[in-house]
Design a protein around this ligand. Structure first.
Ligand code: NAP
Length: 261
């Protein structure tokens, strides 16, 4: 097996850090790109939003897994995801990097959500092909389900969630395994969608989460008057014909909260 040097943007994030770990476990060299300071030759400091450090970050790299994104900084989405992807590709092209793998989202063109518009624009830039590419679109991670559920449980005494939202959550470790495999192979264009094992409504996810966390608050439906909310409920983000992951939300919770689950 040929050793590949892979730069992982977002290598400190939910899926990126697992991509780094998986690549290293398989004998490859994984280099993290982060805005934060780090130590050692395999940590490169750079900022997609300003372009600072990107030229240096791609030196000596054979492939890139591009998982860096302004997932929680919505005012920076355009600069980070759209312009940042353009800048990263330009740096990669100049360095002669042979493969860029972009992680994207199943069904997002069917949902009116500003972050998804930025992801679509970034995908389009990748598809222009200045660097040979692969795009893997996945469903929502278990970690994102938890993030949503924690946000909906902030009210004292009551947990209010949109019961009708539907997701097909997938474990980031399974996505990371796939990304590492793809990054160390040949560019393959747009891959088939990659989804979790079950289609679930948000009420049932909330019930499992409450049980696992020992949350005793009452659970109440929260109808949200937004187009994206209706589109979540309509199943636009699902790919039921692609149940690639095996780890269910309950497996994920049991691993994370072993005492109560
Ligand atoms: N979460 C999901 O359910 C899901 C589903 C499908 C696809 N995806 C896609 O997967 C990717 C990763 O998602 P995630 O949930 O793992 O994200 P995450 O945990 O929120 O991590 C985001 C990463 O992006 C990096 N980042 C943010 N702004 C940056 C900038 N200006 N320059 C350089 N790095 C920057 C952060 O690194 P530092 O803070 O260290 O700089 C961090 O490592 C995203 O593209 C997302 O759209 C996510």
């Amino acid at each position: 097996m040929a050793l590949v040097v892979v730069l992982v943007t977002g290598g400190s994030g939910a899926v990126g850090h697992l991509v780094v770990r998986t690549l290293r476990e398989h004998g490859h060299r994984a280099v993290v790109l982060s805005r934060q300071p780090g130590t050692g030759a395999d940590w490169r400091r750079g900022d997609l939003a300003s372009g600072k450090g990107l030229r240096e970050a791609v030196v000596g790299v054979g492939a890139i897994v591009h998982a860096g994104s302004a997932t929680a900084e919505f005012t920076r989405t355009r600069a980070t995801d759209v312009e940042g992807t353009r800048r990263l590709l330009e740096a990669a092209r100049l360095e002669g990097v042979g493969h860029l793998v972009y992680i994207s989202i199943v069904g997002m063109e069917g949902v009116a959500y500003p972050y998804y518009r930025a992801k679509l624009a970034a995908e389009a830039i990748v598809r222009q092909g200045s660097v040979p590419w692969t795009i893997l679109r996945t469903t929502q991670f278990h970690t994102l389900m938890e993030f949503f559920l924690a946000a909906f449980s902030r009210l004292p005494g009551l947990m209010t969630v949109p019961f009708g939202w539907r997701f097909q959550p997938v474990d980031p470790s399974e996505v990371a395994t796939r990304l590492a495999e793809v990054a160390t192979g040949a560019p393959a264009g747009l891959l088939p969608d990659f989804g979790g094992p079950e289609v679930r409504d948000f009420r049932s996810l909330a019930e499992s989460w409450r049980r696992a966390r020992g949350v005793r608050k009452g659970l109440v439906n929260l109808p949200l008057p937004f187009r994206f909310s209706r589109q979540f409920a309509a199943g636009r983000l699902l790919c039921p014909d692609h149940r690639n992951g095996q780890i269910t939300f309950e497996h994920y919770l049991a691993r994370k909260y072993p005492v109560l689950s």
